[in-house]
Design a protein around this ligand. Structure first.
Ligand code: DX5
Ligand code: ZN
Length: 223
């Protein structure tokens, strides 16, 4: 299982996004972009025009996390724009199968996100439609929140479902992932790690990415 690190630009300087992306170029596998609409979550960030500009400004593949209402309408546009991965929330999507298929048809990896209180079991039958499951390890909306240990058993159960299903589905964790918490996530079975504050509040973001990767690699899932 490969470990991937996806720094979240939510904790970067929004006035200098191209420079902030360049700070992790060559070490980050993805650039995680949090799209928030002030409806699905109580925060407002950026949308498609900024993602399009970022795609032109960085060679790092872009991982779009849509925390918006009506993702069925908006998600395919992010894939068409060139995002490598587009993730919609289970709590917001009204036609997830159609939307996940539309994301793939537009050439991106299809991502499906669950809030901390949303159970994975209800979505087992959707696994063939999904390239990456995102388990939120904070309530979505803001960077710099405290990691919720209560999600760890769900990470373990989700890894087991992925193994049972077969195929290549990545398991991403997002929220409060840091040098203090990444080992727990990796040991529970996560393989893609979003980190906002832990990367962009560090003096050396590239070194923070390297350190996080080393910690995750040192704690593979048990059994
Ligand atoms: C929160 C976002 C996260 C956020 C993580 O709703 O989805 O991607 O940027 O930030 P940290 O790593 O600081 O918790
Ligand atoms: Zn996110």
């Amino acid at each position: 299982m490969a470990v991937q690190i996806s720094p979240s630009i939510l904790s970067a300087d929004f006035a200098r996004l191209a420079d902030e992306a360049a700070r992790v170029e060559g070490v980050a596998d993805w650039l995680h972009v949090d799209v928030m609409d002030n409806h699905f979550v109580p925060n407002l960030t950026l949308g498609l025009p900024v993602v399009e500009a970022l795609l032109r400004a960085t060679p790092i593949p872009v991982d779009c996390h849509l925390m918006i209402e009506d993702p069925d309408r908006w998600a395919p546009g992010y894939a068409e724009a060139g995002a490598g991965s587009v993730t919609v929330h289970a709590e917001a999507a009204k036609a997830p199968v159609r939307t996940l298929r539309a994301i793939r048809a537009a050439g991106a990896r299809s991502g499906f996100a669950l809030n901390p209180a949303t159970s994975i079991e209800a979505y087992e039958d959707l696994l063939p439609e999904i390239d990456m499951l995102l388990l939120m390890t904070v309530e979505p909306g803001f960077g710099g929140q405290r990691f919720l240990d209560v999600v760890l058993p769900k990470i373990t159960r989700t890894r087991a479902l992925i193994e049972k299903h077969g195929g290549e589905i990545w398991l991403q964790v997002d929220g409060g992932v840091s040098a203090e918490t990444i080992e727990r996530c990796a040991a529970a079975g996560a393989d893609v790690f979003v980190a906002g504050n832990a990367v962009y509040a560090a003096d050396d973001p590239a070194q923070a990415v390297r350190d996080l990767r080393a910690l995750a690699l040192a704690h593979p899932p048990l059994g």
